[in-house]
Every structure is written in structure tokens, then in C-alpha cells.
Design a protein around this ligand. Sequence first.
Ligand SMILES: *Cc1c(COP(=O)(O)O)cnc(C)c1O
Length: 428
Amino acid sequence: MTLPDLGPFPGAPGYDKAAFLDESDPLSHHRDRYVHADPDLIYLDGNSLGSLPVDTVKAVEGTIHYEWGDRLIRSWNDGWWDLQLRLGDKLAPLLGAQPGEVILSDSTSVNLYKLALAAVEAYPQARDRIVTDDLNFPSDVYVLGSVARQTGRTLEIVESDGINGPVEKLTNVIDRRTALVSLSHTTFQSGYTYDLAEVTRLAHEAGAMVLWDCSHSVGAVPIDFGGADVDLAVGCTYKYLNGGPGSPAFLYVRAELQDQLANPIAGWWSHAEPFALDLEYRPTSGIRRFHTGTMPIISLSAIEAGIDDVLDASIHAIREKSIALTEYLIEECERSLQPLGFEIVSPKDRNRRGSHVSVRHREAWPINLALIKDAKVIPDFRAPDTIRLGLSPLYTGFVDVHTAVQRAVEVVKARVHDQYAGVVTTVT
Ligand SMILES: *Cc1c(COP(=O)(O)O)cnc(C)c1O
């Protein structure tokens, strides 16, 4: 079944405001820098997999045809060897980091493991606690659990109300037994954004290190590791940075800490003289200490155009539009979706909210499928009953938001979702 009307819906309340906001949007021209294969599709899942930047296609083609095809192994000396450092330096201003503090390599989960283990092992055994919360991404909790088991420590998962970061409870839990505090800066489910400086200070006052996962912030929410004195951080590049599926994640280590920590996955790329091919491991200094093995060059080459576009737009302009988009979406949800049984489960305080808004509904799973299959709206579903609506300021407009909400209204009113009640898919 396909919906008869895909909109736009100029007759519906809220449309004029959206049209006005689009007209006065200083970032509207960025939209054409991304591939829109289906002009009717409204993509609200850039917080899970960002869109393809047009320039990325050319960049990857160049890497494949020229650097690999033509130049072959000579390319290692023509820029490949340092590509993860060069891109890390390029990303650094978006993190409030200095050159030489960031690399792009491996996945977020692997980087988290490396840094969490390195941090915990820097403390005496008496510091036997790792602290996180129940809003953290499950993979992060699994990784921190492995680190705790392997180092004879305990992982404490502080309980929240399901939406907001449990800052007060964290204040009570973080103490002199804590080695490491590791949290998502913006949480994947509700979109709650922690005050980076506040929680970092809490950890430091207790003598512990912090390890932030900024997967749902980087490229959407301004970050200042330097200003907040953050020790360690990781994050995805395939969400708001649009680096492509499984693109190498970032890893940040504050300069002063780099030579004090040991990389638990010591590989030849972190050796002082990798081409000495010595059987004895001697770690190099600086951020290269956190390298492990050969970098995925083709995937790295796909990241640069996305970072460039965020830098070009400026993270502050992106944040301003992101707040306007989420505020507008919340207004539309309150007006049109709440009467149909939806509940907003993201923070109402704009300063504590990232760039997505989550709504809950008893029939969220089939509604989400109907939106994708019949209404050309792609949000995502998170078990058991949440639909996340991700707003990527570089390519999402206000009329897009209005249209998506109106299509959802039509889906639910016509009960289009009834046909999907029992359907199962691998990826949600
Ligand atoms: C998306 C996300 C990840 C993904 O990790 P991968 O190793 O790339 O699969 C990890 N942590 C958080 C907080 C995320 O949002």
C-alpha cells in the first residue's frame, strides 16, 4: 500500500512557519552537497548513518583508480602513511582538540576498549570501579564490562529515569575507588546531552579519568575537550560526519597523557620503528602510540569531504539550526502526534538535547516499518517502543520535518501499519 499524498502539506497547521524557517536558513545550500537519490524520500536517520556527500564519490574514485590502481604501494609514501593523522588534525577543531591529539582508526567499540583498558591499568588495583550509566550505548557497556573483567574491576551502571543523565547519582557514586568514568556525551536513545565540563570535573575531583563517547555529538553538537580538560574520547564518523558505513572512528588522547598510557593492542603501527621489524615491542611516543595495524585507506578517503562540509558550515551554525529543527519537531509532535498516542521521550531543555528527538508509541515497530515502506520517511526504531527522528542540519529542512510528521499522521490514521504487526527484520 502506498500513501496517496506524499505532500508537502501547505494546508496543515505549522507549514507556514516551516517554509519561513527554510527561507531564512543560512545552511540551506548545503543540501545539494549530498546525494538525494529519491527526491521524495525524507531521511531522518542521519544520526545512525549519514548521507553520502557528492564529493566523497570523487574522492573514493581517486583513491581507487589513481592512488591504488596507478601508484600502488608508492602511495604509502605519498600520503597514506599519515592519512589517519592528517584527518585527525582536520577533525580536531570540531572536538576542541589540538593537532596530534586525534586519529581516525578502527571502530568506536575497539577504540573504546583500547582507551578504557589503558586508563584503568594506569591506576593501582585499589581503584577498582568503572562507572557508566544505563543510557549508554549497549556496545559501550559490553566493552566496559570486558575491561572490568579483564582487569579485576567492577562496572557500576548508574540508573537514570530513562531520558535524563543521572548527574546527581553520578556525583554520589564517583569517588576515590573510581578509576574511570565513561559515558556517551549524547545518549543514543533519548538524545540527552551531558555537560561535558561538569562531569569531567566530577571525575577529576575524585582523581579518576573520563572517557567520553561522542558518537551522537560530533558534527552536530559543539565539543570542547581542551576547555573541559577531557582525558580520553572516542566517536563515530559515519553519523553526523557522513563518513560512510563503518568508517574509521576517532580516538582522542590528551597530549600530556599520551606517553603515560600503554596501548593494550600494541601492533607494529605503534612501534617506535615499525620497519625495523624487531621482535621486541618498543612503543613510539605521541598519538601514534594508539595505532595498531594497517589503516583502511579506502574508508579513510571517504571521510574527508564530510568533515570539510561540517567545517565549512561551522559547528556553531549547525548547532543553531539543529536546535531550531528539534524545537520545531517537538512542536509538531505535540500538535499532531501526541493526540495519536505518541509520547516525546527526549529532553525538553534544548541545552541538554542533541540532534534527534525520540517518540514512543505502543505500535512503534509496525508504524516505523509503514513509514519506511509506504510513506518514504526513514526514521529508526529502538526496542521496545521508540522511534528516533534524527535531524541532520546540513541536509534536513523544516518543511521536511513538517511533511514527515504529516505523513506519520496519515499512516496512523489510516492504520497503514496494521499489515506489519508481525514482521521481523535484521537491522532496525
Ligand atoms: C553508534 C555508536 C557506536 C557504534 O560503535 P561501532 O563500533 O561503530 O559499531 C558506539 N557508541 C555509541 C555511543 C554510538 O552511538
